[in-house]
Structures are given as structure tokens and as C-alpha cells.
Design a protein around this ligand. Structure first.
Ligand code: AMP
Length: 196
């Protein structure tokens, strides 16, 4: 079983309409506290990001925020997060986040959330990283994206093995079980030479 000490969660700076999304952020936060998993996230106090981080902070769990300078406005940065890393750019933020964690989880969100998810998948596809990447498909929120991924496989733009890197579940415990049991594909010798 894979040890997951720290996980980065990508999620919306909005909360969404249905309370089920907020409940999912709370459930994930509670799971992290219960299993002593540290959270790395975007550093905001708004939307899903705020609910998730506050759930963990209220129970004295570990939270690290990574926020680019341009987003560091008083009204959106989460001032209760003691470990706040302020970086220069959005791209630098993604690199920093990936260095700090053992895995990735995506909750419902918008463009920013999907950008971060697909960057993690691309790193994995190129075998630059071998960390589990989970998608919490609350309320079927990501169904259309999953269909698109299947279309990409059917039309030969995406390898089935790479499609399978994305772990999907509709409950926190089912997703975390998959993350703990994730076995990354073997690194090809050529890639190994390039990244090492
Ligand atoms: P979205 O899924 O489009 O809501 O984007 C989630 C993204 O919100 C994050 O990756 C950030 O780029 C962006 N964001 C907006 N406000 C903040 C904030 N206060 N703190 C951190 N990230 C923020």
C-alpha cells in the first residue's frame, strides 16, 4: 500500500449551486484529518478551496497554501493558513505543489481546476511523475469530461493505459482506496534516462 503523507487538492474558487459539492469538500477534509494526510492547495479562502482548508484547519490538521503573488489579495488569501508559500507565477505554483506532494486529487471546479488536473496527467503520461491522480466525481459532475476522455481513446489520441492513470470514484473512501493501491506503469528506459 502506497504511503500518502501529503496530497494536493485542486478545486474551484467557487462553491457551486448544489450543497453536495460543499459536503464533498468537507468529507475530504475530514478524511485527511482522520488519516493525518497534509493538504497542499491554492491558498484561497473562497469557494471549495476555502471549505476544504477550513475543515482541516478547524481540526488542527496540516495545511500548506501555495499562492501566486497576483492572487495574494487580502480578501481571498486564507489568513488562518500558517504555511503560505507565495510564488511568482501560476506555473511556478504548479511546480512547487507537485514537489511537495505524494498524490493529486481534483474536486469540482472551473478552468483553473481542470488546468491543474490536466497538467498533472500530462506529467504522468510523460512519466516525469508517478503519483496517483484522483478525481472525485461528485454528483456526476465530471461525467462529460470522462466521456470526452473515452472519445479521445476511441479516436486514438489518448492511450488506454494513460486514460487509466486517472482514478475516478464518487466517494472519498473509494477514491482514497484507489489512490493507496495505485501502481504506476513501468518507466520506459528512454524516459528514465531523460528525467534522471
Ligand atoms: P477555478 O477552478 O477556475 O475556480 O480555479 C481554481 C483556481 O482558482 C486556482 O488554481 C487559482 O488559480 C484560482 N484562484 C482564484 N482565487 C484564488 C485565491 N484566492 N487563492 C488561490 N487561488 C485562487
Amino acid at each position: 500500500m502506497r504511503k500518502l503523507n501529503t496530497i494536493v487538492v485542486f478545486c474551484g474558487s467557487s462553491l457551486g449551486f448544489h450543497p453536495i459539492y460543499k459536503e464533498a469538500a468537507i468529507a475530504l477534509g475530514n478524511y485527511f484529518v482522520k488519516h493525518q494526510i497534509g493538504l497542499v492547495y491554492g491558498g484561497g479562502k473562497i469557494g471549495m478551496m476555502g471549505v476544504l482548508s477550513s475543515t482541516i484547519l478547524e481540526q488542527n490538521g496540516e495545511v500548506i497554501g501555495v499562492i501566486p503573488k497576483l492572487l495574494e489579495k487580502e480578501e481571498v488569501i486564507h489568513t488562518d493558513v500558517e504555511e503560505m508559500i507565495v510564488c511568482k507565477t501560476m506555473s511556478e505554483r504548479k511546480v512547487l505543489m507537485s514537489k511537495l506532494v505524494d498524490g493529486y486529487i481534483t474536486l469540482p471546479g472551473g478552468f483553473g481546476t481542470l488546468d491543474e488536473l490536466f497538467e498533472a496527467l500530462t506529467l504522468s503520461q510523460l512519466q516525469i511523475e508517478q503519483k496517483p491522480i484522483g478525481l472525485l466525481n461528485v454528483n456526476g459532475f465530471f461525467d462529460a469530461i470522462l466521456l470526452q476522455l473515452d472519445k479521445m481513446v476511441a479516436e486514438s489520441y489518448l492511450k488506454q493505459a494513460n486514460r487509466n492513470m486517472l482514478l475516478v470514484a464518487d466517494s472519498v473512501t473509494a477514491l482514497m482506496d484507489q489512490m493507496h493501491n495505485y501502481v504506476a506503469p513501468e518507466i520506459s528506459p528512454i524516459i528514465h534516462k531523460v528525467v534522471s
